[in-house]
Design a protein around this ligand. Structure first.
Ligand SMILES: [Zn+2]
Length: 306
């Protein structure tokens, strides 16, 4: 099981439901693809697929609570929780972003069985107590399960679901493990790319990222050696920000079609990032240092990303 990371991102406060781009986009998409959606109400019995590797305690948690949730979904993707945001909107958003993601990265698992639960405060507390998660966490995932804590502030993040879906896809693609910086950097960068792609240019997303001044950026090799989330809030902010900036800078250098290959190489041949770029990707030392410098500058400066 992975996840359980704490809030620490800086996002412009925009509610996706207040922006017509999402809804319009979903409607257009729904018109094209025949979708069979089943809403199972609390009085009906529910039948849903669960991943064979889902730990037993989580499986019994889901089965115990299933009749209290509304659900929307089909054979492989189920969204559960209270109200349309947690169910039908989540399901549609998940389908849409997954279709973009698979187009960009055909190496990604062709299908994913996923139960997406928007957990209420009491449900989240139960899971935290049983699973030993960080109490200030905002989401976690296990094989075939993504739990998103209902949280007013976090729900305003347009990239919330795409970000967590990417973590779920990565853990299915690389069940053994994935370097932490790569996991967060990939979800951070492509989560927003998915938001942009899904909104079809009709929403003018802006992210304001203040400068991080209290601590220095990590070196590339230092960043790629981190195995646990930094405790200090500023260090954690730097970790998330810099991981994402590395992925952004690598995509600028390599192009998106090569990034899937880079991901695979970086996971299967774990080594310090600069060594990977030099030995496996044929970069000169100078080019690595230039990338490092660019990334570090971007973490030190306030940025507005559009
Ligand atoms: Zn994350």
């Amino acid at each position: 099981m992975r996840g359980g990371h704490a809030p620490g991102h800086n996002f412009s406060a925009m509610n996706r439901n207040s922006v017509p781009g999402w809804a319009g986009c979903f409607r257009r998409w729904l018109a094209v693809v025949a979708v069979s959606v089943v809403i199972a109400c609390s009085h009906q019995s529910v039948d849903f697929p669960l991943h064979p590797n889902l730990p037993e305690n989580l499986r019994s948690f889901l089965l115990r609570h299933a009749n209290t949730w509304e659900m929307a979904g089909d054979g492989s993707l189920i969204a559960a929780g209270e109200g349309p945001d947690a169910t039908i909107n989540t399901l549609e958003e998940a389908r849409l972003v997954l279709s973009f993601y698979r187009e960009w990265f055909p190496e990604a698992p062709p299908s994913i069985t996923l139960f997406i639960l928007h957990a209420s405060e009491p449900e989240w507390r139960q899971l935290v107590a049983k699973e030993g998660l960080r109490p200030d966490g905002i989401a976690f995932h296990a094989p075939g399960l993504l739990v998103i804590k209902e949280d007013v502030d976090q729900n305003l993040r347009p990239d919330r679901l795409p970000h967590e879906l990417i973590h779920a896809i990565l853990s299915e693609q690389f069940p053994e493990s994935i370097p932490l910086w790569l996991d967060e950097g990939w979800a951070g960068f492509y989560g927003w790319e998915l938001v942009r792609a899904a909104s079809d240019g009709s929403a003018n997303w802006t992210r304001r990222r203040p400068a991080i001044e209290e601590i220095l950026p990590y070196g590339l090799d230092e960043l790629s050696a981190i195995t646990t989330y930094p405790e200090h809030p500023e260090a954690a902010r730097m970790f998330y920000r810099e991981s994402e900036e590395v992925i952004r800078a690598l995509e600028e250098e390599l192009g998106r079609t090569a990034m899937g290959r880079f991901l695979d190489m970086a996971v299967r041949q774990p080594m310090p990032l600069s060594r990977l770029l030099i030995e496996r990707w044929g970069w000169h030392e100078q080019k690595v240092r230039a990338l490092e410098w660019r990334v570090q500058q971007r973490c030190r400066m306030p940025r507005i990303l559009r």
